[in-house]
Every structure is written in structure tokens, then in C-alpha cells.
Write a protein that binds this ligand. Structure first.
Ligand SMILES: Cc1cc2nc3c(=O)[nH]c(=O)nc-3n(C[C@H](O)[C@H](O)[C@H](O)COP(=O)(O)OP(=O)(O)OC[C@H]3O[C@@H](n4cnc5c(N)ncnc54)[C@H](O)[C@@H]3O)c2cc1C
Length: 811
């Protein structure tokens, strides 16, 4: 066994094997895989191994497309072909028009990744899958490339190819210890000896936390028991004369595919069970959980009704095994938060279909620092301090029970709520707030007219439309107050803080005391990594001169890693997170200045405290840091308050607001207003797939600056004019917003992709932002948007059509 390697991948299921293979494909050969038993002996060996192309976003669709292409190539290897039923096709059934709306959206989104889903009616579903009845069915989504693969052969094919490229694989080699050296490299201790390496990858399936514990990490991954059975031959399949496509049923929670001359049917029963919560038997290897068909009887009835031929089919065998889940159902693939040179590829619940793609994107991140797609939807850092296994198990149960029922826009499921709250959460609840969850935080979405107000789940504008419109109008005409909790806030101090910040941002960032600036951080490829405000706080009795770095609520772990990763050994910079200690009370609207003046003794006049100012003060008696910044496009102030004083500050502002028409508003109003102003949202419009010039942020770039991360790459990129540009669109549709991912079409070709959209209540327009081919970015250009299956006309209009001369913010 080697004693030194560049990378050690721990775990030989599909996740580890795919990672190893792709590391060699990216050009690294000094890589090893260590497996405690045999390859595939965790979950992979008994997988139903369906390979589908469906995903909720373009990154998922893209990575699954990669799996399919790779598996097809492997299956056609002349020397070692593997069994892959490629292209049987698959149908996701629907019994409601809202599900069909969703399928239309996913088809529009997938088109941008060159994937052709098709929305078909019930009769067509039956024509393609002759075993099903059309009772209570209105149609489905057809995925032409669905199929299934032999998981054992797949993993062996991947490791064979990896070995041919120089990788080594050690089976029966359990990892029993991990130690990080001072220089950030690792010692991997196995039962067969130690390996020193630069980078480790945890790919340990349901044992992820056994290995996580060896490096002091608690991964939010929990396992569920999951069952399928295989039937004897079914004569109707032979009669059909073709292989049966896959089925996914959100009505009765089962899936099925052909297996030999019969079917394989898997269940997502309501009475589901977590697994391994109190530790896992070390001898659970190539093993299954006991059969438990009793548990799935509710689901079985639905499957019988849909496929009557099933009722006469004998059961050949039953498989019940552990399957891993995360908090939002998507895996954790990428950098392990807070750890150097450590990655994971864990929490895979559809690892056979996705594993090829996940290993591909992970290997790119390890070797190059970034993947070809924006991988935030998979990034382990999207969950922060709240994410533990107990919480994950509650979300896992909820997710399992809703396996094929995708989330609708503005759908907030009830499990594991109130993970992160502030003293104002119960106060807002009393005001009838509807809450959305952002990085675990309960954030006010809007104020409901009554406690039992429940808008319907749909891709169309819902019943909260007018409520949000009124909240926006009150912000526009009077003043609104909302709580922005979880806003990411780092305090950066030390003698090198300013030069450090200059290096991190691609534009000029003000260092003037009492001033705030907005800027962008790029990655090494010159693409957008993050967006942050920098506020320069004076030296005061609250501390010496400090810099506050403020960024999106979800970016806490992501941005901290990025900043720390770039600190030089000899730099005197300290970065401390205040994210969980303070909360913002956001005051917006023309009367905001009067409200603030009524609860604080400072001079809030335009002259004394102009736009982009920051000062420390008191609101009532609560210490606060106030910034005159605006995401809404109105005169606005962010009042940052330590959580211990939050309720007191809220009472002071509420009392002060009484004479000025102040009302509460929520994040849906904020979203509508920021679209009207052309302010961009991180990970909707701001993506690592685009540079600042493509994103319309050239005014935030200073290529004359001495140096900044990504400068050389950006200079090279802009030698060619941008292929795509972010534009603002007017959408000619009154009933639905444009959703991120939807495709803009011309002559059957995709020429643009929506990043975000919503109704702009002040400009009274359906607005959207989209990356379009550059030649389509001229004002007035008309195009067609595939919006929920309809071709809707869209027109390029000025970026941020509301108050383009900023007269309201500057008032
Ligand atoms: C019943 C069932 C049906 C399924 N059907 C499908 C399907 O149709 N399609 C689909 O895409 N997915 C399906 N899945 C999910 C899929 O099988 C999993 O997502 C996938 O197999 C997970 O692979 P993995 O590599 O992450 O984990 P595993 O296969 O569990 O691999 C982890 C490996 O790590 C090793 N390991 C653990 N600890 C150590 C250590 N200390 N040292 C060294 N090695 C260690 C283990 O021995 C194991 O081999 C199904 C799952 C189940 C249970």
C-alpha cells in the first residue's frame, strides 16, 4: 500500500468510485481509494439503480446528463461492457394541473441543458406504459433517457479505468483515524497502515459520520430504510413487445422499472423509518434490513390500482436497505465547511443516477477549485450551525414521505421548523406572519390577513399577490418595517484588514470611516464568487476601528471559507462572525427618516447621514449600527441590533412609526422591489458561471487595481466580448412569474435562461432577469419565453426600471 498520495478517497460505493475515476480524468493519477470491505458493499450493491435525467435545477440536470453519457460509454466498452438499460424512458405521473404546471417548468428548464423532457397526457402515458390505467391521471412528464444500470459492474468499470490511469484501490482497508498536520495535509490511518495525503474525500455513505467524527465534523446526513420488491414475470410485459419505461408516482408514492420479465417496485410509505440513528453495527456489510412489507401496504394499494397486472404477479424477492438523506434532499458534494483540504460526496439518495455527475463535479472542484456549473445547490456549506443529524432525520422523514412531490414556489414544509429564531419570531407570529426558511432562519414572508390564510400551491401567482402588492405600496408611500435575520456579518479587523479586502474585491472599496460600499468577489477564473457590503465602523467604546463585511444570509460558511482560504500567513487580519449575534430591522419608505428621528437622538438628515453612511448609535436605549443602504429602491435604513436588544429596539421603532403609517412587510415584497431596482440576488442572478461583465457589473470592476483575485483570468476573458449578458425583461403574462431556469427560445433553440422573476408592483410589470446571447441584449429586443408550456413574449427593458435616477433612495 502507498504511504503517500495526493488524494485519498474514503469509501468504495458509487460516490467514491466515481470521484476516483473523475480525478484521473481531470489529470491526477496519484490518487487512491480505500474501502473498509469490498467495493459496493454499503448501499450501492442493492440499489434499484435507476438512472434518470430529471432534476429540479440545471446543475442537477447537467450532472445527470453526464452520468448517462458516461454510463453509455462504459456499457459500450468493447473489452468490458456493462449492463445498462439505456433509454427505456420514464414517466412522472400527475393527477393535478399544478403538477403539470411544474412539469412544464422543469421541461423548459431542462431544455437549456439540451435535455428534451415532454409533457404528455394520460392516454399517451398509457400508450407508452401499457400496464397502467388512466384512472385519476391527467398526464405526466416523459424523460426519454431513463434507464437502469448494474451498480456492481458500474463501480468496477470506474475503478478499472481509474487504475489504468494510475489510481490505486485498497479494499478491506477500513479507515480508523484522520489527523490534519499543521500544513493542512492529512494522515489517513487505516487498519493496514497510514497514508499521508494532501486531500481527503469522505464518500462513506451511511457511515459518513463515523468518518466525520474522526475529523471532528458532524455531517447533516441521516438514513432511512427503503424497500423495493421484484416480481415474477408478468405476461403483459411480454405481450407489450417492448421494455417498460420507468414510473414515478407522486399520487401513491412508488416507483417502478422493468426487471427481467417482471417489475421492480419501490415504495415511499408514510409510516417510514429512520435507520442507524443510534450507531451502526460494524458488521452491517453487504447487508439488508429485515423485510417489512406490512409498512408499505398503503402505497401498495395505489400501485395495484395503477397497474392491475401487478395483483397477479408473485414476489421474487424483497430488498430493504438504508438510503441517505440531507436537509433539503440534495446531496452534500464539495468542500467540508471549516476544514482545509477536505471534501465530501455524501447524502446521496439517488446515487446511481447522480453519482457519475457528482463525482465529475467534485473532481473538478478538487483539481481546479471550481466546477463547470455553479454547484451551490450541492455545496455542503449551504447548511450552517443549525444542521445536525437529529434535524436532518426529521426533514428526511418529510422528504421521504413526499419523495416525488416536488416543492412548489413558496411552499414551506413543516418539519424541523424554528431551527433559528430571534426574540422577534414569536412577535411576528402574533402579527400573523407567514414565514419562509432561509438557512434555517424563520424569515417573515408577508403578513397574512388571518391565521388560517393558506394560499394554494401553484406555479401561478397565488392569493398572497394582493397582500404583497399592498405591502410594497405602503413602503412606497409611507414606511415599512421588517426583520432581516441571519444576514451574514463578519467583523474584520487587524492592521492588514484593508489591504486584504482590496485583494478580495474586484473593484474599489471605500475605506472611509462612516461609509459603506458594495463590491464583488471573484474566483480564480474571474467569475462571480460572492457579493458583499463593506462598512467602515469608527473606533468607539464598542471597539476599535472595524470593518463589517455583510453578505447573503446563506453565505456564512461559504464566505468565511473563501476569506480564510486567502489569508496569507504573514497577514495580520482577524475575521469574526457576528451573523448569529445581531439582526437587522429594516426600515424602508419615504417616512423612514422621520421614524428614525423619533426613536433616536442622532441627526438623520440627508446632509448628516447621506446614502451609504454607517454609524453606531442608540435606537431608544438599544445599541445599534445603522446603515443607509437600500435593496428596495426607497429611502431605507438597516438597523443592526444585538439580539439581546432586538425586542426593545423593535418596540422603539414600532412606537415611533405609529404616526407615519408604518406597517410590517416581508421578504416577498423585498424580492419584488429588488427586481424593480435591478439589484441582483446571490445564487439566483450572481453565479460562478458568469463574470462581472456578463452580469452587468462592470462599474464594480477596476482592472487598474494592483491585484485582486481573478484579475488575470478576467483580463483574459474580456479579450473576447461576452457571449451572454444579463438583461431585464418585461414578461407579457399576467398569471405567472418567470421562474429561474426557464428557457428563452428562438427557432426551437435556447437563446437565454431566466435567473429570477416576479411581479413589480410599483412599475406594474411582470419582470424577469435572464442571461441571453449577447446579440439579444439590446433594449427592445423581443423573444419568446417557454413559461409553463406557453410561449410568452418577453422584451428587453432597462435594467432596474423603477426610479432609474435613484431619486427616492437619495431623497
Ligand atoms: C433500496 C434502495 C434502492 C435504491 N434505488 C436507487 C435507484 O433506483 N437509483 C438511484 O440512483 N439510487 C438508488 N438508491 C440510492 C443509491 O443506491 C445510493 O444513493 C448510493 O448507492 C449511495 O452510494 P454511496 O457511495 O454514497 O454509499 P455506499 O454505497 O454506502 O458506499 C459507501 C462506502 O464507504 C465505505 N466505508 C464506510 N466507512 C468506511 C471507512 N471507515 N473506511 C473505508 N471505507 C468506508 C463503505 O464500506 C461503503 O462501501 C437506492 C437505495 C436503496 C437503499
Amino acid at each position: 500500500m502507498k504511504t503517500k498520495a495526493k488524494v485519498v478517497v474514503i469509501g468504495g460505493g458509487i460516490a467514491g468510485c466515481s470521484t476516483l475515476y473523475h480525478l484521473t480524468q481531470e489529470g491526477w493519477s496519484d490518487v487512491v481509494l480505500v474501502e473498509r470491505n469490498d467495493l459496493t458493499s454499503g448501499t450501492t450493491w442493492h440499489s434499484a439503480a435507476q438512472v434518470t435525467n430529471f432534476g429540479m435545477n440545471q446543475t442537477m440536470v447537467g450532472l445527470k446528463t453526464h452520468s448517462i453519457k458516461l454510463y453509455k460509454e462504459l456499457s459500450e466498452d468493447p473489452d468490458h461492457p456493462i449492463n445498462y438499460n439505456y433509454g427505456d424512458g420514464g414517466i412522472r405521473l400527475a393527477s393535478t394541473k399544478e403538477q403539470i404546471q411544474g412539469y412544464h417548468h422543469f421541461a423548459s428548464m431542462a431544455r437549456g441543458m439540451d435535455v428534451d423532457f415532454e409533457v404528455i397526457d394520460a392516454k399517451e402515458c398509457q400508450r407508452r406504459h401499457p400496464l397502467i390505467s388512466t384512472k385519476n391521471l391527467i398526464g405526466g412528464l416523459w424523460d426519454p433517457l431513463d434507464g437502469d444500470i448494474d451498480p456492481y459492474q458500474l463501480c468496477h468499470a470506474l475503478t478499472r479505468k481509474a487504475r489504468q490511469a494510475g489510481a490505486e484501490v485498497y479494499t478491506n482497508t477500513p479507515v480508523i483515524g484522520l489527523k490534519q498536520y499543521k500544513d493542512g495535509t492529512w494522515k489517513v490511518t487505516t487498519e493496514n497502515g497510514d497514508i499521508d495525503c494532501d486531500i481527503i474525500v469522505n464518500a462513506c455513505g451511511y457511515r459518513v459520520n463515523e468518518v466525520g467524527a474522526m475529523m471532528g465534523v458532524h455531517h447533516p446526513v441521516a438514513s432511512m430504510e427503503h424497500q423495493y420488491f421484484l416480481t415474477e414475470d408478468i405476461p403483459e410485459i411480454a405481450e407489450a413487445g417492448h421494455r417498460m419505461p420507468l414510473l414515478r408516482c407522486p399520487i401513491s408514492d412508488y416507483y417502478c422499472r422493468q426487471d427481467k420479465g417482471g417489475l421492480l417496485i419501490g415504495f415511499y410509505e408514510q409510516k417510514c423509518k429512520t435507520w442507524g440513528m443510534d450507531g451502526i453495527d460494524p458488521n452491517f456489510v453487504n447487508a439488508l434490513c429485515p423485510d417489512d412489507l406490512e409498512r408499505v401496504t398503503d402505497v401498495l394499494d395505489g400501485a395495484f390500482e395503477r397497474m392491475p397486472a401487478l395483483m397477479n404477479a408473485g414476489i421474487r424477492s424483497i430488498i430493504n436497505g438504508p438510503i441517505t438523506y440531507t436537509i433539503d434532499g440534495a446531496p452534500l458534494v464539495g468542500k467540508i465547511p471549516g476544514k482545509e483540504n477536505a471534501f465530501c460526496i455524501i447524502g446521496l439518495r439517488a446515487g446511481l443516477g447522480e453519482g457519475g455527475g457528482h463525482g465529475w463535479l467534485l473532481a473538478q472542484q478538487i483539481v481546479h477549485g471550481e466546477a463547470c456549473y455553479d454547484t451551490w445547490c450541492l455545496d455542503p456549506r449551504r447548511f450552517t450551525t443549525h444542521a445536525n443529524v437529529e434535524m436532518t432525520s426529521l426533514k428526511a422523514i418529510e422528504d421521504y414521505q413526499n419523495e416525488f412531490r416536488f416543492h412548489f414556489p413558496h411552499e414551506h414544509r413543516p418539519a424541523a421548523r424554528n431551527a433559528k429564531t430571534t426574540p422577534l419570531t414569536p412577535v411576528m407570529a402574533k402579527e400573523n406572519a407567514e414565514f419562509t426558511v432561509i438557512n434555517g432562519w424563520e424569515r417573515v414572508e408577508y403578513i397574512k390577513p388571518s391565521e388560517d390564510f393558506h394560499p394554494s400551491l401553484s406555479f401561478h401567482f397565488d392569493e398572497a399577490f394582493d397582500i404583497v402588492a399592498n405591502e410594497v405600496k405602503n413602503v412606497q408611500n409611507n414606511v415599512g418595517l421588517t426583520e432581516v435575520n441571519g444576514f451574514n456579518r463578519f467583523e474584520i479587523s487587524g492592521s492588514d484588514a484593508e489591504s486584504f479586502i482590496d485583494r478580495m474585491f474586484c473593484g474599489n472599496i471605500t475605506h472611509k470611516i462612516g461609509r459603506v460600499g458594495l463590491g464583488y468577489l471573484l474566483n480564480d477564473f474571474g467569475m462571480i464568487k460572492s457579493e458583499a457590503t463593506i462598512s467602515n465602523l469608527p473606533s468607539s467604546d464598542r471597539g476599535p476601528k472595524r470593518i463589517w463585511y455583510g453578505s447573503a444570509a446563506a453565505s456564512e460558511f461559504h464566505d468565511m471559507d473563501w476569506l480564510k482560504q486567502h489569508l496569507k500567513a504573514d497577514e495580520e487580519v482577524e475575521i469574526k462572525s457576528l451573523t448569529n449575534d445581531q439582526t437587522i430591522l429594516l426600515l424602508a419608505g419615504p417616512n423612514a427618516r422621520e421614524v428614525l428621528s423619533s426613536c433616536s437622538r442622532e441627526d438623520w438628515s440627508k446632509e448628516a447621514f447621506p446614502w451609504l453612511s454607517v454609524r453606531e448609535c442608540f435606537i431608544g436605549f438599544s445599541p445599534a449600527t445603522v446603515m443607509s443602504v437600500s435593496f428596495s429602491g426607497e429611502l431605507a435604513y438597516e438597523v443592526h441590533v444585538p439580539n439581546a436588544f432586538l425586542y426593545a429596539a423593535y418596540l422603539s421603532i414600532s412606537n415611533a412609526g405609529k404616526g407615519f403609517g408604518m406597517k410590517l412587510f416581508g421578504s416577498r415584497a423585498v424580492e419584488s422591489m429588488r427586481l424593480e431596482k435591478g439589484f441582483l440576488a446571490w445564487k439566483s442572478d450572481l453565479l460562478t458561471e458568469f463574470d462581472p461583465f456578463e452580469t452587468g457589473l462592470e462599474r464594480f470592476v477596476n482592472l487598474k487595481k494592483d491585484n485582486f483575485i481573478g484579475k488575470d483570468a478576467l483580463q483574459n476573458r474580456i479579450k473576447n466580448s461576452p457571449k451572454q449578458k444579463l438583461v431585464c425583461l418585461k414578461v407579457a403574462c399576467k398569471y405567472a412569474p418567470a421562474y429561474g431556469g426557464a428557457s428563452i427560445m428562438e427557432d426551437g433553440k435556447v437563446i437565454g435562461t431566466i435567473t429570477s422573476g416576479d411581479w413589480g408592483h410599483r412599475v406594474n410589470l411582470n419582470l424577469a432577469y435572464a442571461f441571453v446571447n449577447s446579440e439579444k441584449s439590446e433594449l427592445g429586443t423581443q423573444m419568446l419565453l417557454d413559461l409553463l408550456g406557453e410561449m410568452i413574449s418577453v422584451e428587453v427593458i432597462p435594467f432596474g426600471p423603477y426610479d432609474s435616477n435613484f431619486s427616492r433612495i437619495l431623497s
